[in-house]
Design a protein around this ligand. Structure first.
Ligand code: A2P
Length: 308
């Protein structure tokens, strides 16, 4: 096992060893939801952090809500079922609380022994879309739910049309939709649709471009943490910009999953339930919407235009 994780597209290295420590410290600080994915390449380390917290009596397995995601190269029914079990083994647990289809994109299978996680590209360095229908993948997800491998199942990065289609055949309806959502991309119509369908929405990239800067991406987009509208509301409440952005999402009934590798920021990000934004403040933040999407696979290849 390599001791670093290579970040997509930039090739930057992140020490894997930090991940176990961060997960352990987060659980100690009161975090109870861990949002993982095969694609994040840190399931063993996240599992180690969890195991340490359980061993020390900080949490029991049932106190923690663990999410993982099915990667694009495993959409064929049997492959989906096999990799979900393998991911559980990597984590060292026997069920996921939530398992999501990561993207409505199927890519050619890559043997895990050759490359895991396989990311967006085949071994030849090019992306290879395949023709596995989401219905086939969803049937696998339903069977994983039947077998108790995943207590809940859901989807990520799905838009209206494909979500509505999923409901036409789903025997078990998706319980969660995880999507990019922040004041630059407020997604009101998708949230309204999800409400109608009875799906809970989890927002990712709540702090806007911040996490992408580390990847050397979206460096020219004005950040949300330093945006005047955000900083002036932060000042009014004597809170940080990050707390204002998280509160804006939470107050809409969204779940949030901000990542931080810094302990003070981890603690700060938990403190968003003891104050409220006024209606004007909420509106001012929502008015920043410019439909600016940070995570669009079409930047990798035109054929991956799921948001087109
Ligand atoms: P760091 O890990 O150094 O704290 P994501 O959008 O994927 O959840 O990532 C959040 C990004 O914002 C990360 O780059 C993280 O960096 C940073 N971050 C998290 N919490 C805060 C905070 N309270 N204030 C400023 N930056 C934050």
């Amino acid at each position: 096992m390599a001791t670093t994780i290579t970040l997509k597209r930039t090739g930057d290295k992140v020490p894997r060893s930090e991940c176990a420590e961060i997960v352990y410290k987060a659980l100690k600080a009161g975090y109870r939801l861990l949002d993982g994915a095969g694609d994040y390449g840190n399931e063993i380390e996240a599992g180690e952090g969890l195991a340490r917290a359980i061993k020390e009596g900080i949490v029991k397995r049932e106190d923690v809500f663990i999410t993982s995601k099915l990667w694009n190269t495993f959409h064929e029914k049997q492959r989906a079922k096999d990799i979900a079990r393998h991911q559980l083994e990597l984590w060292g647990i026997d069920y996921f609380d939530l398992y999501l289809i990561h993207f409505p994109i199927s890519l050619e299978y890559v043997e895990p022994s050759a490359k895991y996680p396989p990311e967006w590209w085949g071994l030849d360095g090019a992306p290879h879309p395949t023709k596995v229908p989401i219905q086939e993948t969803w049937t696998a997800m339903e069977e994983l739910a039947d077998e108790g491998i995943a207590k809940n199942i859901g989807v990520s990065n799905f838009q209206g049309s494909i979500l509505i289609d999923l409901f036409r055949y789903a025997r078990i309806e998706p319980q969660v939709l995880q999507v990019e959502l922040h004041p630059y991309l407020t997604q009101e119509s998708l949230v309204a649709l999800s409400k109608t369908l009875g799906i809970a929405v989890t927002a990712y990239s709540s702090l806007g471009p911040q996490s992408w800067l580390e990847l050397g991406m979206h460096t020219k987009t004005p950040g949300l943490l330093t945006h005047d509208t955000v900083t002036s509301i932060a000042k009014t409440h004597s809170r940080s910009s990050a707390q204002i952005l998280l509160r804006w999402a939470v107050q809409q009934g969204l779940a949030v999953i901000p990542k931080s590798s810094n302990h003070d920021r981890l603690l700060q990000n938990l403190q968003v339930t003891d104050f409220s934004l006024s209606e004007e403040e909420t509106k001012a933040l929502s008015a920043l919407n410019i439909n600016y999407r940070l995570n669009d696979p079409q930047t990798i290849h035109p054929a991956l235009g799921i948001f087109a």
